[in-house]
Design a protein around this ligand. Structure first.
Ligand SMILES: Nc1nc2c(c(=O)[nH]1)N[C@H]1C(S)=C(S)[C@@H](COP(=O)(O)OP(=O)(O)OC[C@H]3O[C@@H](n4cnc5c(=O)[nH]c(N)nc54)[C@H](O)[C@@H]3O)O[C@H]1N2
Ligand SMILES: Nc1nc2c(c(=O)[nH]1)N[C@H]1C(S)=C(S)[C@@H](COP(=O)(O)OP(=O)(O)OC[C@H]3O[C@@H](n4cnc5c(=O)[nH]c(N)nc54)[C@H](O)[C@@H]3O)O[C@H]1N2
Ligand code: SF4
Ligand SMILES: [Mo]
Length: 755
């Protein structure tokens, strides 16, 4: 198929493309159905990741294309209200304000927030736009909420960050898989097919404080569930590594020939004997020993991590501990074994390679490295001196909004930060303090609703491009439909803005041409795409060949990364000794350990864990607009253990309020024995007073900048029915709490104690 811009020319009769949502990038064929309920029919296609399967979200994905509230014209805020406007008026207003702000406060007063759902072409162009057209260092993206800790740990240990360093089908033959903090049964259902071998062999080991849907797959001898205190995975991993070394199960020859640093790791785990680990994590000694022996005795074993262990203030160190365990077992690089992290967003992998990260240039290059700057500047046709230096990671960036010397204008592409960022009240205050908020989206997300200018963009089925899936495999997104009148592709918007801002370099709008430039800019970098093009990817697809990066010109790609060597100069993996850190009590992060429970914390205080439901995607901006999904999960439910609920006087279906000093969330209690008694679970897919991130803190991992989404102290109380009253009360309390005092705080704990 000839290359074309998103909005031009006639689409084909059917398009072989991939799902718009998660990183599994299930393959689907779209056929236009002018008379149907959705404008295209979705049919799953055979592909190694999904093997002809789709989850509910994939099946219903086409419905959003024709959602009644699809944006089809720019919107401009006037007298407090958003009103329709023409493109020229909208872009003129944006450019005038950007120029004024830059003149007054410098280029860094303008910031950009990107997304891991953007195609490689858009992510690349956005990074280039920030550095060349805006001249700002301040660009970061929502992948900081997602893959940052795993990426930092992977780079530190292996010298490269590719989520799965092997094709996903390699998992099929493993008899043992240690899955830490991932609920794939809800978050990537077709991936379960690849875990079937381990299940059949009785070797699926899931580490999760909840009995999640994935944990339930370990029942009846199919595997093991380790149920640690939330946030104690680092200690579990130190304990497992201790046992492997102490029982003589380590692969010493591998450690000697393929790693550095194993002595320091050996010393650092020496003090984590099994009984001590049991006391700190709640995981029984017998289980720890059985798991360590099972991993060591496996024919093929994998260690995989997900957000449950990564979204913590010590996420990088926890992933490092998981990698260390894999290394002492000699797994990475051994055919049929390995370590990997399960990337989340559709282009969560490619989105973290091409320059949306604050310290990064295309090809996973470093913006602070003079050689890397020179290489990219040459492709862009500019003097390296014009490239700004490193900016600030997402949570810090959101903290600069509206602050003195901070950010006055923000451009958002592919994120709904008011729902998905930690400490939503802080994010809201920042967004409201901006002089200019510009949001590109295809629906009026909660963040777009706060914008000064909203620009309507194309959706997945209306555009050409590439995505890089969780295996580092570059795949084609293909256009099946003409975009509605009035909608533009982000490449067109960036090109128009760049021209108006008189930016240097060229700003093509054809995705195939942008990809060619990306390929050149990545040449010689770690994430090297220089041998790829849209045409080659299309031909490979026809031929059934996979394009895993690095893919230098003439190479044929790299499905398995570590068989020969790791990516550090000496070819070895670096083992880094990590240990649990002391945590402050400021945000009550240390509330849920067996010790603190015994020490008598307030009866109503629980650890909030947040995560996902099968039916909704991320901030819910997309899936809450799909009737079948919204009907299945219309509002937020708080998962509570029945014994905890009984103690707090809460019955199934009761309205409850979760509260801490940052805010309050109103939810419906859902009693389930699958959760620990000291823990409450909320999905983060809902907005306003149902938004889980009203409670989470803007506390980050010091290495990765990843926020601590998975461990927050809250009190849980029954809200006085009916729900309407409770909602109002919660809002009042939240406001009072922000002022430093919560009038009902006493009442809350009294009720908790009394119940
Ligand atoms: N349906 C659906 N699928 C999705 C998404 C979605 O929003 N909805 N989003 C996509 C994206 S971007 C991502 S990143 C992935 C995320 O995919 P997952 O990582 O599977 O998702 P989560 O639900 O965030 O977290 C997984 C599990 O971690 C557990 N957990 C919480 N705290 C801890 C802890 O301290 N230790 C351990 N061991 N486990 C803990 C939770 O109980 C939960 O069951 O999903 C992708 N797929
Ligand atoms: N409490 C808590 N919070 C979390 C998490 C958690 O587990 N717990 N998980 C975190 C994780 S892992 C992630 S990945 C983040 C994700 O959180 P968000 O950044 O909020 O992700 P989405 O809801 O996917 O938001 C994407 C927005 O961009 C729009 N969009 C989609 N494609 C495009 C495009 O091509 N261009 C443009 N301009 N817009 C587009 C969508 O309509 C939507 O409004 O949330 C994080 N927040
Ligand atoms: S598992 Fe992910 S990629 Fe596959 S259909 Fe579901 S949301 Fe889409
Ligand atoms: Mo994510």
């Amino acid at each position: 198929m000839p290359a074309m811009t998103a909005t031009a020319s006639t689409p084909p009769a059917e398009a072989a493309t991939h799902c718009p949502y998660c990183a599994l990038q299930c393959a689907m064929t779209l056929t236009p159905t002018p008379q149907g309920p959705a404008p295209v029919r979705v049919e799953p296609r055979m592909f190694p990741t999904n093997r002809g399967g789709l989850c509910k979200k994939g099946w219903t994905s086409a419905e959003l294309l024709a959602t009644p509230d699809r944006l089809s014209t720019p919107l401009i805020r006037e007298a407090g209200e958003l009103r329709p406007a023409g493109w020229d008026e909208a872009l003129t207003r944006i450019v005038a304000q950007l120029q004024a702000i830059r003149r007054e406060d410098g280029a860094d007063a303008v910031a950009v927030f990107g997304g891991g759902g953007l195609t490689n072409e858009k992510a690349y162009q956005l990074g280039k736009f920030a550095r060349l057209a805006l001249g700002t260092s301040r660009i970061d993206y929502n992948g900081r909420f997602c893959m940052a800790s795993a990426a930092a740990a992977g780079n530190r240990a292996f010298g490269i960050d590719r989520g799965l360093p092997f094709p996903v089908e390699d998992l099929d033959d493993a008899d043992t898989i240690l899955l830490l903090g991932s609920n794939v049964a809800a978050t990537m259902p077709p991936l379960l097919g690849h875990l079937a071998g381990a299940r059949a062999a009785g070797g699926l080991i899931v580490v999760d404080p909840r009995r999640s849907q994935t944990v339930q797959l370990t029942a009846d001898g199919a595997g093991v569930h380790l149920q640690p205190v939330p946030g104690s995975d680092l200690v579990v991993l130190l304990g497992l590594t201790h046992i492997v070394l102490a029982e003589g199960l380590a692969d010493l020859e591998y450690l000697a020939s393929r790693t550095t640093g194993s002595d320091a790791v050996r010393r650092s785990v020496a003090a984590w004997w099994p009984e001590r680990v049991q006391a700190a994590t709640g995981v029984p000694v017998a289980q720890l020993r059985a798991v360590a022996r099972r991993l060591a005795g496996a024919r093929g074993a994998y260690v995989l991590t997900g957000r449950g262990v990564e979204q913590h203030a010590d996420g990088t160190d926890t992933v490092t501990a998981a990698i260390n365990l894999a290394l002492v077992l000699g797994l990475p690089g051994r055919r049929g074994s390995g370590y990997g992290t399960l990337t989340g967003q559709g282009n969560g992998q490619g989105g973290r390679e091409h320059g949306q990260k604050c310290d990064q240039l295309p090809g996973y290059r470093k913006i602070a490295d003079p050689g890397h700057r020179a290489a990219v500047a040459e492709v862009w046709g500019v003097d390296p001196a014009v490239l700004p230096g490193p900016g600030a990671p997402a949570v810090q960036l959101l903290g600069m909004l509206g602050a003195p010397g901070g950010v006055r204008a923000l451009l958002v592409h592919g994120a709904n930060v008011i729902v998905s960022g930690p400490d939503a009240a802080r994010t809201r205050a920042g967004l409201e303090a901006l002089d200019l908020l510009v949001v590109c989206d295809f629906v009026l997300s909660e963040t777009a609703a706060l914008a000064d200018v909203v620009l309507p963009v194309t959706q997945w089925a209306e555009e050409e491009g590439t995505m890089t899936n969780l295996e580092g495999r570059v795949i084609r997104r293909r256009r099946a439909l003409r975009a509605p009148d009035g909608v533009r592709s982000e490449l067109e918007i960036l090109a128009d803005l760049a021209a108006r801002l008189e930016a240097p370099s060229v700003w093509p709008t054809d995705p195939a041409v942008v990809f060619d430039e990306l390929a050149r800019a990545s040449a010689g970098g770690i994430a090297d795409y220089s041998g790829l093009s849209h045409a080659l990817l299309d031909a490979q697809l026809e031929a059934g060949i996979a394009a895993h990066w690095p893919y230098p010109a003439g190479s044929g790609g790299t499905p398995r990364l570590f068989e020969e060597r790791f990516w550090h100069a000496d070819g070895r993996a670096r083992m880094v000794a990590v240990r649990p850190r002391e945590r402050g009590t400021d945000d009550g992060h240390d509330v849920a350990s067996p010790e603190s429970a015994a020490a008598g914390r307030p009866a109503a205080q629980l650890t909030l864990v947040t995560g996902r439901l099968l039916e909704h995607y991320q901030s819910g901006a997309q899936t809450r607009r799909v009737p079948e999904l919204a009907d299945a999960q219309p509002r937020v439910q708080a998962e509570l253990h029945p014994a905890t609920a009984a103690r707090l006087g809460i019955a199934d279906g009761d309205p409850v309020v979760l509260r801490n000093r940052r805010g309050a969330v109103t939810a419906v209690a859902q009693l389930a024995e699958r959760i620990r008694m000291d823990t409450v679970f909320l999905p983060f897919h809902f907005p306003e007073d149902e938004c889980a991130n009203l409670l989470t803190a803007a506390v980050v991992d010091p290495i990765s900048g990843m926020p601590e989404f998975k461990r927050t102290a809250v009190t849980v109380t029954a809200a006085a029915p009916p729900l309407v009253t409770a909602t109002v009360a919660a809002t009042v309390d939240a406001e009072a709490g922000e002022a430093g005092e919560s009038p009902s705080a006493g009442l809350v704990s009294e009720r908790g104690v009394a119940a």
